[in-house]
Write a protein that binds this ligand. Structure first.
Ligand SMILES: [Zn+2]
Length: 434
């Protein structure tokens, strides 16, 4: 047997089980083979050849960023401004987007920032093909989604499917690829229906922006409102929802009617949802990636995190891109969700554990990475060796969990993806001659 590596830390948060003081995770190849206290694990090692790493911090599953566009990492000037709502943000975004960009360089920097903050897997949305290889090149885990937008039913009928298939196939694997129908207001009705069918036929996952802005609701229900007016003025009045006076349904009801909600789909944002919408999402097994800092930058309302928690919806955490967020650090959004949950009246003492689970196991579930033979998002024998280590002042595992959820960590000490150390703060310092 080749050597196993024992990662020992003063606190280990397996997520799959209770926090451990003086814990250890044993890695062989790309898998975790044992998790326990350091004493337990040592007793079980027998005469295996062992490499040992001791970490001065808390060892956790790698974070899962369940909604991002690493391609827009070089568009941070839009995300660092504040906006009055979706319309003004979109104008600022488009003005910068239309300039010349090195999309691959931008996405590669986003990958590096992700690894540096403890993220091992991403739901990455690619809009321009040049950005498509960054996640693959770096060996980051997750799903790379090809973004589909702007199609009318008529254009789609004239070869749309074949075009999207070619675009999807041009993305390098691993990781697995998926389809991201951008949003209900940027795609015509039959296109959304056919993309859901196409994803099922190909056996790939889908990821949709939904219930992000207040505009969407009037647009979907009655084909009216500011967004509908703007589209009509811009020559997009051809969309069936605008022609037909809306669907009479909520955003979630409309998507469900098109066959677009199911366990292989996850949504981003999910802000403007009521109890019926949330119930529908639970019934369909649809996870929502919450991105509260992006919502705040754009000038939207916060997501109803307390309701999602109380009602038991599957949730995950995303940063969105630097074009609408101050950082690609998932823990910064966890900190914001903690603040929001308390402000919205969630008082249960499981909040730390549930929010940290959302950023790890919840993200893995949203991306379909939680399945055998090597599930991600938890520390357990047989799981994928996607690990992160964070510096904390806390000395007990419970305090370390509270510290991560309430204060975050600006940088990880290390990030391992499939057993490979892709970020190590100490070697980064040595290389920089610090
Ligand atoms: Zn987005």
């Amino acid at each position: 047997m080749t050597a196993v590596t024992v990662h020992r830390a003063r606190a280990v948060l397996p997520v799959a089980g209770p926090p451990l003081a003086d814990g250890a995770v044993v890695v062989h190849g790309d898998r975790i083979v044992d998790v326990g206290t350091h004493d337990e694990v040592t007793a079980r090692l027998g005469d295996a050849r062992v490499d040992r790493v001791e970490w001065d911090g808390v060892l956790t599953p790698g974070l899962v960023n369940a909604h991002t566009h690493l391609q827009y990492t070089h568009m941070a000037e839009v995300g660092q401004a504040t906006h009055r709502g979706f319309e003004t943000w979109m104008q600022a975004f488009m003005a910068l987007y239309e300039r010349e960009h090195d999309w691959l360089g931008s996405a590669a920097e986003g990958v590096w920032l992700s690894l540096r903050s403890g993220t091992s897997a991403v739901a990455e949305i690619v809009t321009d093909p040049d950005a498509g290889s960054a996640v693959h090149d770096a060996g980051l885990s997750g799903v790379v989604f090809w973004e589909v937008l702007g199609w009318t039913d008529a254009a789609w009928a004239d070869g749309g499917r074949a075009t999207v298939l070619d675009q999807l196939r041009s993305l390098p694997s691993p990781p697995p690829t998926g389809i991201s129908p951008h949003a209900i207001y940027s795609l015509d009705t039959s296109v959304i229906r056919d993309l859901a069918r196409l994803a099922r036929e190909l056996g790939v996952r889908s990821h949709i922006h939904a219930a992000e802005s207040a505009w969407e609701d009037a647009y979907v229900r009655t084909g009216t409102g500011e967004l509908a007016d703007r589209w009509r003025a811009n020559g997009r009045g051809e969309f069936a929802l605008l022609q037909g006076g809306g669907s009479g349904k909520s955003v979630m009801g409309y998507l469900d009617g098109l066959g677009a909600l199911g366990p292989t789909t996850h949504l981003a944002h999910g802000i403007y949802v009521d109890a019926d919408d949330r119930r529908l999402l639970r019934e369909r097994g649809v996870s929502v990636a919450l991105c509260p800092r992006s919502n705040a930058v754009i000038g939207l309302e916060p997501p109803p995190i307390a309701d999602y928690l109380r009602e038991g919806n599957p949730i995950a955490v995303g940063t969105d891109s630097l074009s609408s967020s101050p950082s690609l650090n998932v823990l910064d959004d966890v900190v914001e969700l903690h603040r929001l949950a308390r402000a919205q009246g969630y008082t249960d003492d499981d909040l730390h554990a549930r929010l940290f689970a959302a950023a790890t196991a919840g993200g893995a579930r949203a991306l379909g990475l939680d399945i055998d033979p090597a599930p991600a998002g938890t520390l357990a024998p047989g799981a994928r060796a996607d690990l992160a280590v964070f510096p904390v002042a806390a000395t007990t595992p419970g305090d370390a969990l509270a510290e991560l959820v309430e204060s975050g960590a600006s940088e990880a000490l290390a990030t391992l993806v499939g057993g490979r150390m892709l970020w190590n703060a100490d070697s980064a310092k040595e290389n920089a001659g610090v």
